[in-house]
Design a protein around this ligand. Structure first.
Ligand SMILES: [Zn+2]
Length: 305
């Protein structure tokens, strides 16, 4: 988990909550009191653990100075203000189109209606779009904002491009419908990435829960699934409010929302591959155990991938 850091981290607990988010689980602290690892609040230095989930390392200034001496360039702090992220990402999407191949896939295979595809703002990125779009954003928003926008990075002589240059872009929204991140589906071989850059001097996206465009003010039944596109599709076809986790291992990201809304029934929907993948299975058990302990009604839906 913490390769390269000679620190002795311990998981937070009731008697020693996380110094960043004040929660009593999932985060960690350094026994020497020099650093904290928070898995909920973006800031500090963003890192990724072995399961692909992001976490943030917060250090004291003393520790940062030691790293500076070694010539370490700290990543930019990403734009945390979601209104600003929404503005930049909406502009990014406005410069792109949806290819007929992607439209066909969403329309014929996923059975999303044309107006729904339009509403969700899916886009295709290909060819030299990565440079064209980045240069437009640089012109419109300036370098300071662009440096702090996850997914944009600078190279030789202040040239700027996107971190991904091909695939289907899926807007990831917060509960208010703001675009807080972009997920990219690469078609061949099939994989999902974040529009994010881990290069020194650029910003990482962080992992986010996706809320398909809907009203979440009064929820009786809520489905919890994995994958943004799957959530959009499941919500569209079943009309059951559905939110998605960036990965099963990061189910704790959903806790604040679940506790605030207290749905009467939670449908936990995951792919049938959990039966072969140990990490997925144990995360699913952890989630169900949490729901049981905290008094939620839930049922498990198994989907065929
Ligand atoms: Zn924390």
């Amino acid at each position: 988990l913490l390769e390269g850091l000679k620190m002795n981290f311990r998981t937070v607990c009731r008697s020693r909550p996380c110094s960043i988010c004040l929660k009593t689980d999932w985060c960690a602290f350094d026994a020497e009191g020099e650093a904290s690892i928070c898995r909920r609040v973006p800031g500090g230095i963003c890192k990724t653990d072995s399961t692909g989930s992001d976490y943030w390392l917060y250090t004291t200034d003393e520790y940062k100075k030691k790293e500076d001496v070694k010539g370490f360039i700290f990543p930019q702090r990403p734009i945390i203000d979601f209104n600003e992220r929404h503005k930049v990402y909406s502009s990014l999407l406005s410069h792109l189109k949806l290819s007929s191949k992607h439209f066909h896939n969403l329309n014929q295979v996923r059975k999303l209606a044309e107006d729904q595809i339009f509403l969700c703002q899916y886009r295709t990125i290909r060819g030299s779009d990565d440079v064209m779009v980045a240069e437009k954003l640089l012109k419109d928003f300036g370098k300071t904002i662009c440096l702090r926008t996850p997914g944009l990075f600078f190279y030789e002589n202040d040239r700027c491009k996107l971190s991904v240059n091909e695939g289907l872009l899926i807007p990831v929204r917060d509960i208010q419908g703001r675009i807080v991140a972009l997920r990219v589906r690469i078609d061949e071989p099939r994989q999902y990435l974040w529009m994010s850059s881990s290069k020194p001097g650029s910003a990482k996206s962080g992992s986010h829960i996706h809320f398909p465009l809907s009203d979440y003010s009064n929820i009786e039944i809520l489905r919890l699934t994995e994958g943004e596109l799957k959530a959009d599709v499941a919500y569209y076809h079943t009309k059951v409010p559905t939110i998605s986790l960036p990965g099963v291992t990061s189910w704790r990201l959903a806790i604040p929302f679940l506790q605030k809304t207290r749905p009467k029934l939670i449908k936990v929907a995951f792919d049938s591959d959990f039966q072969e993948k140990r990490v997925v299975a144990s995360s699913l058990i952890g989630l169900c155990d949490y729901l049981k302990r905290t008094g939620f009604n839930y049922e498990v839906e198994i989907w065929n991938a």
